[in-house]
Design a protein around this ligand. Structure first.
Ligand code: NOJ
Length: 569
């Protein structure tokens, strides 16, 4: 397996709107990021991924871009961006930016032109179709609910939008569109970015004819992923992008790729012939979703099994090993907070956040930390829907409250569980008003638990989650086996313990994690392994509980949410 800096790096995702407000308008900004770079450097971050900061009407907080080469005024000016770039360079950090190329904002110049007439130069930049029997051209559902088509009276045709109706999909079949996107990429490379996170990049090629989706749920609109999640020209477009932009540069690239298989991921990220360095796969984050539930399960939880989570993660670990590369992540700006989802955000918040962090940093792949995860920030429960800002959440509420398919309590319970605003509440810097994020009321309220959960406290407390993240990052840097070693799952069927080894040459690590809020049984054998012996003879490298060397190494029980990493031989 080839050595690469981006395999060895740790990436930190910043959602600029919620990170730090430097100018007192209640909205995070670029200067706010500059003010916190020392914090990120001390954490050990190598690469910062910035969520969109481009000109945008902000229907989807910047994922609706109206000018790819301009800065959102609320976030600052180009000079602030250049300053940020320079300050990052000085600290040896790289910058990865978000390339939103599947769609633009409906306020983008191209779309404003495109909608004017059926025969203008920009018409083919988007996907326009006449009505079918007086209705939408097909039955596809938008990821944000409702039809994926919007009727536009000016030309009496529909345009496709897989996300909100203010995010029309670009027509990648049109070579001009592709060139425009490559121009944007070159423009930012000239400004000095080190890589791209490519938003929903596997959706860019739609099946010709745009066939109806199979009917799987009640209602008029259906999930059409089979017709666009790995479309017929996807690899061809990525090959072209590689040729036109990426080839010959030492960049970090990660494609956001919902719904793809390991085989497809391998085609995209193959060591020899791939197009991107790695992808964000979503399969492991589907374990607690009911695929036939509301919004394709997005809004409906199901009981999940640790054995299933392990099986999914292990398949990705095994199938990509030595052939391709992957990212490792448990959270981002679209997902509930991991400690609330896979841990226990009350009694065992500290232990479970550290246990999950141990998993994140010891699997094979580049770890991505989402802002606030490193202090164990949790989901939020705002009393009213009026406290929420996320377009997806508001659409969901409207849709289900309006047709009374769910009652208000059920809707709010789903929102508490799943809303993207769980991850978007402002970063909790200290215990002062608005969590030290802003001096005025922020655009989205802070989580009321900020007096206990904040960076200032975490810095002052030697055993905090934050310091544990630092240790894990150091550990990963000091042990190439964590980056390059082969992964092997132990105790595959155990519903409480996640145990695996990582092996590189003579070096082997053993990772044991308790995913329950109860003490585990005495662990026994797994395959050729006798865990008691391994844990007795191994050297404990890190753990989230104090271990008494006189007693604990012999113990093969784990305390609630306990995590340990051993070096064996
Ligand atoms: C994925 C992004 O992560 C999400 O925030 C956004 O809403 C959609 N893509 C559409 O751009």
């Amino acid at each position: 397996m080839r050595k690469r800096w981006w395999k060895e790096s740790v990436v930190y995702q910043i959602y600029p709107r919620s990170f730090y407000d430097s100018n007192g308008d209640g909205i995070g900004d670029l200067r706010g990021i500059i003010a916190k770079l020392d914090y990120l450097q001390a954490l050990g971050v190598d690469v910062v991924w910035l969520s969109p900061f481009y000109a945008s009407p902000n229907v989807d907080n910047g994922y609706d871009v109206s000018d790819y080469c301009d800065i959102l005024p609320e976030f600052g000016k180009m000079a602030d961006w250049q300053h940020l770039r320079q300050e990052m360079r000085q600290r040896g950090m790289r910058m990865m930016i978000d390339l939103v190329a599947n769609h633009t904002s409906d306020q983008h110049r191209w779309f404003i032109e495109s909608r004017q007439a059926t025969d203008n130069r920009w018409r083919e930049y988007y996907i326009w179709r006449p009505p079918r029997d007086g209705r939408e051209p097909n039955n596809w559902q938008s990821y944000f609910g409702g039809s994926a088509w919007q009727f536009d009276p000016t030309t009496a045709e529909y345009y496709l939008h897989l996300f909100s109706r203010q995010q029309p999909d670009l027509n990648w079949e049109n070579a001009e569109v592709r060139k425009e996107i490559y121009r944007v990429m070159h423009w930012w490379l000239d400004q000095g970015v080190d890589g791209f996170r490519l938003d929903v990049i596997n959706l860019i090629s739609k099946e010709p004819g745009l066939p109806d989706a199979a009917v799987t749920v009640d209602g008029p609109y259906q999930f059409g992923g089979q017709h666009f999640q790995y479309g017929p020209r996807l690899l061809e477009f990525l090959a072209e992008m590689k040729r036109e932009v990426l080839a010959g540069r030492d960049l970090i690239t990660v494609g956001e790729t919902p719904g793809i298989t390991t085989e497809q991921a391998r085609a995209i990220t193959d060591e020899e012939n791939g197009f991107l360095n790695m992808v964000f796969s979503f399969e492991h984050l589907g374990v607690d979703r009911n695929p036939r539930g509301v919004g394709k399960g997005k809004w409906q939880r199901k009981a999940w099994k640790l054995s299933e989570l392990k099986q999914i993660i292990s398949r990705w670990q095994d199938d990509l090993h030595e052939r391709a590369w992957n990212s490792v992540y448990l959270s981002n700006h679209d997902l509930p907070r991991p400690v609330s989802r896979f841990g226990d955000d009350c009694r065992y918040r500290d232990e479970s956040a550290k246990m999950l962090a141990t998993l994140l940093h010891t699997l094979q792949g580049t770890p991505y930390i989402y802002q606030g995860e490193e202090i164990g920030m949790t989901n939020v429960r705002f009393p009213s829907i009026n406290d929420y800002r996320d377009v997806d959440t508001l659409n969901f509420y409207r849709q289900f409250a309006d047709d009374q398919r769910l009652d208000r309590d059920e809707i709010m319970a789903a929102i508490y569980d799943r809303s993207r605003d769980n991850a978007r509440t402002p970063m909790q810097w200290d215990g002062s008003r608005h969590a030290g994020f802003a001096t005025v009321t922020p655009w989205l309220a802070v989580n009321p638990n900020y007096p206990e959960i904040n960076v200032q406290r975490a810095l002052a407390e030697p055993n905090s989650i934050l310091h544990y993240y630092r240790q894990l990052i150091r550990l990963r840097k000091a042990n190439p086996v964590i980056v390059y070693g082969r992964y092997e799952l132990l105790l595959a069927d155990d519903e409480q313990i996640y145990a695996f080894t990582r092996t590189l040459g003579e070096t082997r690590l053993l990772v044991v994690l308790n995913f329950c809020g109860a003490e585990s049984e005495e662990m026994g054998a797994s395959g050729d392994w006798r865990l008691p012996e391994a844990m007795r003879d191994g050297q404990l490298l890190i753990g989230n509980y104090p271990v008494d060397p006189a007693v604990d190494p012999r113990r093969c029980r784990l305390r609630p949410y306990e995590a340990r990493v051993y070096r064996l031989g």
